[in-house]
Each structure stands twice: as C-alpha cells, then as structure tokens.
Ligand binder design. Structure first.
Ligand SMILES: *[C@@H]1O[C@H](CO)[C@@H](O)[C@H](O)[C@H]1NC(C)=O
Ligand SMILES: *[C@@H]1O[C@H](CO)[C@@H](O)[C@H](O)[C@H]1NC(C)=O
Ligand SMILES: *[C@@H]1O[C@H](CO)[C@@H](O)[C@H](O)[C@H]1NC(C)=O
Ligand SMILES: *[C@@H]1O[C@H](CO)[C@@H](O)[C@H](O)[C@H]1NC(C)=O
Ligand SMILES: *[C@@H]1O[C@H](CO)[C@@H](O)[C@H](O)[C@H]1NC(C)=O
Ligand SMILES: *[C@@H]1O[C@H](CO)[C@@H](O)[C@H](O)[C@H]1NC(C)=O
Ligand SMILES: *[C@@H]1O[C@H](CO)[C@@H](O)[C@H](O)[C@H]1NC(C)=O
Ligand SMILES: *[C@@H]1O[C@H](CO)[C@@H](O)[C@H](O)[C@H]1NC(C)=O
Ligand SMILES: *[C@@H]1O[C@H](CO)[C@@H](O)[C@H](O)[C@H]1NC(C)=O
Length: 593
C-alpha cells in the first residue's frame, strides 16, 4: 500500500486510501510510426524503468530502445546496433524486407540481452545463411558503446527469444522457416558463445499461417509459450500454450486467440506479435504490433506500430488480454515521471532544428538506410557553417540491382537521412541550398518506405527541354526551340511503388528562385494524402504545390515511412553536395479510430 501510494502520487493516493487505485486511460499506439515487433521489460534494478525494443529492418542505427518510468512518456535512449563492426552484414542484405527482424529484449542477473535475426531474404528459405541469428548484451542500455558485437548462433529461422529456467539452463525459442516446416523450435543455448543444442519443435501453433514471435514465461509452475499466427496482415493474432515441462508437450489454450482484431472493423488491425511484462505493482501488461488501417488495409504509411494493453493473469490460468483500441482503459499507471537520461527525443516531440552547429552530432532519432558512408555527411562544413552537408551517392533511393554497401556495392552507399513519420497528420520541411552541375544530379526530400516504395520531390539537373509542367507565371521550358543540350535545374516529383503512382512532374525551377535557398515541404493533410511543395526559403508566400498524392503507394510490407533528405547522381558521376538547414517536423494530428 505504501509503495503504491508513493508511485501514483496525490490523486491516486486518495483513491488508494479508499482501498483501490484508479484505473488509467491511455492511448495507442504507445510508439507511433515504424516500431514493429515490440519486446518490453520492466527492470526494478534500473530505477523501476520500462524498456522496449523494436524491429528496424534496414534502418541504421538499428534496434531502437525506448524507455519509460510511467508507461505513458517514452524516450528514445539509444540503439542496440549503433556501430558497423557489431554486424557488418547489414550492408549486404539487398531486399527491401531484409535486415533486423523481431528483437527479444530481456534482463537477467544485471545484464541486458537482445536476441534477434539479421534476415537476408534474397537467399532461399532453406539456406542456412539466410537467417543470421545474433545475440547482443550490455550492462548499460544508456551507453551505446556498452552493447557488444554480435555473437552468432545457428538456427534456420527467426524471431529468436531467450529464456532462463529456474535450474540455471538457458533456452532459445524461435520460429522455424515457415515455408519449410512451420513450427516453434527450442534449443538449449549458451548466450555468451552462441553454442546451441538440438532444436526441437515444441509447438505448431493452432493451425494459423506462420507460427512465429515466440516468448516463454514461467508462472505458477507452468511454462507459458506465447506466439503470433496468421501472418502479419489482417489475420494476425496472438495465441498461447503451456506445459509443466520446458520441452513440452505444450497444450493449447482453449480460449485462443488471446488477442486479435481480425474480423473486426477496428481502425487498429493486424494486432499480433506480443510480449508480456509485469510492472512494479505486479500488474501484467502486453505490447503488440498493430497497423492503423481499418479492415480496408489500404492507407497505413506508418506501418506496424507498438500498442499496449492490460492483461489479467490469475493464478494457474491463461492470461486475459484487453482488446486493442485507440483509447484504452487499464491498470493504474505509475505517476508521470520524466526523469530519464538518454539522448531522446520523447516519442511525440517535434523537430525544430534551425542549424547543425559544429561539434554537434545528428539527433539520435535520425536514421539512415543501411550503413551510411561517413564521408557523405558533414555537420557544419567550413564552406557553409551551421548546415548539414550531404554528398550525393551514385545510387538513388531505388538503388537498382540492390548494390548497396556490400562487397559488390557501388561506392558511397546511399545518401539519405531521415526521421520516422510518427503522426497521421504532419508537416515536414527542410531548407536546401543546392546548385547542381551535372545531368541527373539531384537532391530533395522523400517519403521513403523502402527502395521499392518512395515518393520524392527533388531539384534535378536536366536538359532544358525536359519539362512536362510549369509553375504558374513561369516560362514553359518545353518549347521546341529549346536547346536540348543545355542543362538547367528542374523541380521533379517522382514516385516508385508496386502500387500505382502518378507520373513524374518535371517543371523548370523558376528563374527568380535560382541561387536561393529553397524550402521543400511534405504535408500529410488528411488520412490518405500527402502534398509536396517547394518555394524560396525567404518567401513562404511563394510556396507552390507540385503534387498531391495518395499514401497507398507507401503502405506496404513490414516497415513504416521515413521522412528525409537525399542526394544522388542517379547513377551518374555527380559530386555537388546539398546543404541542409531548417529541419522541421510537426505532428498535426493522430488518428485513433
Ligand atoms: C553453424 O553451422 C555451420 C554450418 O553447419 C558450422 O560451420 C558452424 O560451426 C556452426 N556454428 C556454431 C556456433 O555452431
Ligand atoms: C508439428 O508438426 C509436424 C508436422 O509438420 C509434426 O511432425 C510434429 O510432431 C508437430 N510437433 C508438435 C510439437 O506438435
Ligand atoms: C476471421 O474470419 C475468417 C473467415 O471466417 C476465419 O478463417 C479466421 O479464422 C478468422 N480469424 C480470427 C483470428 O478469428
Ligand atoms: C481496471 O483494469 C483492469 C485491467 O484492464 C480490469 O480488469 C479491471 O476490471 C479494471 N477495473 C475497473 C474498476 O475498471
Ligand atoms: C541482390 O544481390 C544479388 C547478388 O548480387 C542479386 O542476384 C539479386 O538480384 C539482388 N536482389 C535484389 C532484390 O536487388
Ligand atoms: C507546358 O508544356 C506542357 C507540354 O506541352 C503542357 O502539358 C503544359 O500544359 C504547358 N504548361 C504551361 C504552363 O503552358
Ligand atoms: C484527402 O484529400 C484528397 C485530395 O484532396 C482527397 O482525394 C481524399 O479523398 C481525402 N481523403 C480523405 C480521407 O478525406
Ligand atoms: C535511379 O538511378 C538509376 C540509375 O542508377 C536510374 O536508372 C533510375 O531511373 C533512377 N531513378 C529512380 C526513381 O529509380
Ligand atoms: C563517370 O565517369 C567515368 C570516368 O570519367 C566515365 O567513364 C563514365 O562514363 C561517367 N558516367 C556517367 C554516367 O557520366
């Protein structure tokens, strides 16, 4: 009673005196934007802090860790994968769905453990090297350098998760390559060396597609096994089984699935891939992934996000999960507490970055796609102090043939840096100074989902006769008399997707704007559409909308959109850098139903 009262503060204190703390109201998603496959823990040894990890696929730094002391305010405190030498193979995985899948975060005996899989799904399912299973550990999650290099272990599957049994033995449970032989497999493991024993199928799930995302919990003399089934789309669900013996046989919960929004009209769909944890008062919670798409499942550019719910877990029984909605009611929460170190930002913070001062580093939530070429990004270069200089890569965001930074790569990686879209409605803009010289040299802003799905607004050097559009009041450069060899700068919108996108728009950059710093702006002005605009940075009134486009082309697959700046030669030899300042992101609305 005393502990509860101290944690919950004055208002909760009053109700505690009356005999029960009041239930909380909270909102999903707790980690909006590209934060799929969550795994969370509560660590009393670290000042009663909750920690959550999520999947990052090809993003670098990878495997973000968010921390909270109150389950309401979440702060980015760093990334498990923050140095190339920890896992160099991330440079070689060339498919858009490759990279880091489903981390499992655990704390045991003073050490944080993170077990995950680097998936190279350009290789066959049965190819052992497709599944690079890895273990990281750290004695201080607030210090990026404390995360070790990867220790690799052998398993032809993914979603690997560790479990420490009461007798001191350690196990890893994972999802076997499901097109080969679907099932959840388990082996004894040495997490320090990566040695593993024989893999045994412990449960095949309830018959849903792709049993995956397993975690084991021990409670009341049972081993409880949680799993995701149905695939990560509209049929996604959470199921459970239990056994008195770690090796099984596991008996399926008669009330499966324990959590799903399948076959509902809820705005939150694809609910699955759950992890359970207990707070300081002993109440159980679960996190899972979900897509804000409704059953239409057409417009969900933020992809799979992290949601949370209360769980009631009675002695000797299977747990009962509250269904996922935008507005939730659940167990009492610790009172608001913002006392968390770490670089941040808080999950709902805006970006208002006027300049990139010398001696600073990029904000912790900025992300590259695979490893950056460090030479391509310079903060406050001598020729333009206070800007971020980005040198172009030969590769553009589509990066044909998957030639990234691996052994067969084009030099220079892919010049792109961004931040996650975390709000249904937002405005993102940057000011750029860019004076292209060579044909196809381009710099601009993108709503980037993967190499196969992105919407770009750039300034690009093209032959004078290339226009198919013009800004009102400007000369139309498509006249037959134009000198086709003369290169001039254009504004170009271009979209790449498996889902239909409008044709490119190519309009001559108005002469009055030439030599000026330009603002490039992306605005999600409703649930389904973005607008892309450009204008001189010193005259907002001259902003011109170049394109209004649906977000369906960037609603696909496993990841969520990243908003950022790119510079590319589009396969050519361009070397002209772009100078970036005035980086702004403002959330303008979160749709929850
Ligand atoms: C993993 O399997 C490969 C190929 O069978 C073998 O060479 C390697 O020694 C194994 N690694 C471990 C840690 O068992
Ligand atoms: C899982 O299914 C396979 C057949 O696909 C079967 O051989 C195996 O016995 C099953 N395992 C369990 C634990 O049910
Ligand atoms: C949803 O409905 C379909 C069709 O009736 C059914 O096959 C599926 O099992 C249902 N999914 C869940 C999770 O209830
Ligand atoms: C408080 O939340 C828990 C978990 O969702 C639920 O079981 C319980 O009924 C709620 N209590 C009240 C008074 O609403
Ligand atoms: C990935 O690289 C391999 C080997 O270079 C190549 O055969 C394959 O087409 C590439 N895949 C993609 C999706 O680019
Ligand atoms: C410029 O030329 C293109 C192609 O002929 C045409 O579609 C467009 O309407 C013209 N724009 C203006 C402003 O004249
Ligand atoms: C968003 O705006 C676009 C363009 O005006 C419109 O076509 C679309 O129907 C709107 N979407 C919604 C959900 O209102
Ligand atoms: C990207 O660059 C390649 C050349 O490397 C080029 O063929 C392609 O058209 C460019 N544009 C897009 C949108 O991919
Ligand atoms: C790039 O430069 C090399 C060497 O000067 C030249 O051979 C090549 O044709 C150039 N490529 C393009 C696309 O201009």
């Amino acid at each position: 009673m005393f502990l509860l009262a101290t944690l919950l503060g004055l208002s909760a204190c009053i109700t505690t005196v009356l005999g029960h703390a009041s239930n909380s109201t909270f909102y999903n998603p707790i980690l909006p934007g590209f934060h799929p496959d969550p795994s969370c823990i509560f660590v009393s040894d670290w000042d009663d802090t909750f920690f959550c990890a999520s999947s990052s696929f090809n993003a670098f730094p990878g495997i973000p860790i968010h921390a909270s002391k109150d389950l309401q305010n979440w702060k980015l405190i760093g990334h498990v994968l923050n140095r190339k030498e920890q896992l160099p193979r991330l440079a070689e995985t060339n498919r858009s769905t490759s990279g880091i899948w489903a981390p499992a975060l655990r704390y045991h005996d003073g050490t944080f453990w993170l077990v995950t899989t680097l998936v190279d799904d350009d290789r066959p399912q049965t190819d052992f090297s497709r599944w690079d299973n890895v273990i990281f550990k750290s004695n201080d999650p607030f210090n990026p350098a404390a995360w070790t290099n990867a220790v690799h272990f052998n398993f032809t599957g993914y979603d690997t998760s560790p479990f420490w049994d009461v007798d001191g033995k350690v196990y890893i449970t994972g999802a076997h390559a499901w097109q080969v032989e679907p099932g959840l497999q388990q082996a004894e493991a040495n997490l320090d060396t990566g040695e593993v024993g024989e893999w045994r199928t412990v449960w095949n799930g309830t018959g849903g597609l792709a049993p995956e995302g397993p975690h084991i919990y021990r409670k009341d003399g049972y081993y409880y096994l949680i799993a995701a089934e149905g695939g990560t789309g509209l049929n996604h669900m959470v199921t459970m089984a239990r056994s008195k013996n770690i090796n099984g046989p596991y008996e399926s919960n008669p009330r499966n699935p324990v959590l799903t929004n399948a076959n509902t009209t809820n705005y939150f769909q694809t609910v699955g891939h759950s992890d359970l944890f207990q707070d300081g008062s002993g109440n159980w919670w679960a996190v899972a992934l979900s897509t804000r798409s409704g059953p239409e499942y057409l417009y969900y550019p933020m992809g799979r996000e992290t949601v949370m719910t209360s769980v009631t877990w009675a002695n000797g029984e299977f747990p009962i999960f509250s269904p996922i909605n935008g507005k939730m009611s659940g167990w009492p929460m610790p009172r608001p507490n913002l006392d968390i170190d770490g670089p941040g930002p808080w999950i709902s913070e805006a970006d208002d970055i006027n300049s990139f001062p010398s001696g600073s580093s990029l904000p912790a939530h900025f992300t590259y796609w695979r490893f950056p070429n460090p030479d391509s990004f310079t903060i406050s270069p001598p020729e333009r102090p206070g800007t971020l200089r980005i040198k172009p890569s030969m590769l553009n965001l589509t990066a044909l043939n998957g030639n990234y930074a691996g052994p067969k790569a084009a030099p220079g990686g892919q010049s792109f840096v961004g931040r996650r879209q975390q709000d249904t409605l937002f405005t993102y803009s940057v000011d750029v100074s860019f004076d292209p010289k060579v044909q196809e040299e381009e710099a601009g802003v993108s709503v980037f989902l993967t190499q196969n799905h992105h919407l770009d607004l750039g300034i690009v050097m093209l032959p004078e006769g290339s226009a198919n559009a013009a800004f009102p009041g400007t000369r139309n450069a498509t006249k037959a008399t134009d000198n086709t060899n003369k290169l001039v700068p254009f504004v170009r919108f271009r979209g790449i997707s498996y889902i239909s996108v409008p044709d490119p728009v190519v309009a001559p950059l108005p002469e009055a704007w030439s030599g000026k710093s330009l603002t490039l702006e992306i605005n999600a002005f409703n649930m389904t559409h973005y607008s892309f605009a450009v204008g001189p940075a010193d005259a907002r009134s001259e902003m011109q909308t170049v394109m209004v486009v649906s977000n369906a082309p960037v609603s696909w697959g496993f990841t969520g959109t990243i908003l950022g700046v790119y510079a590319t030669g589009n396969g050519g030899n361009g070397t002209t850098p772009v100078y970036v300042s005035g980086w702004r992101y403002t959330g303008q609305g979160q749709f929850r139903d």
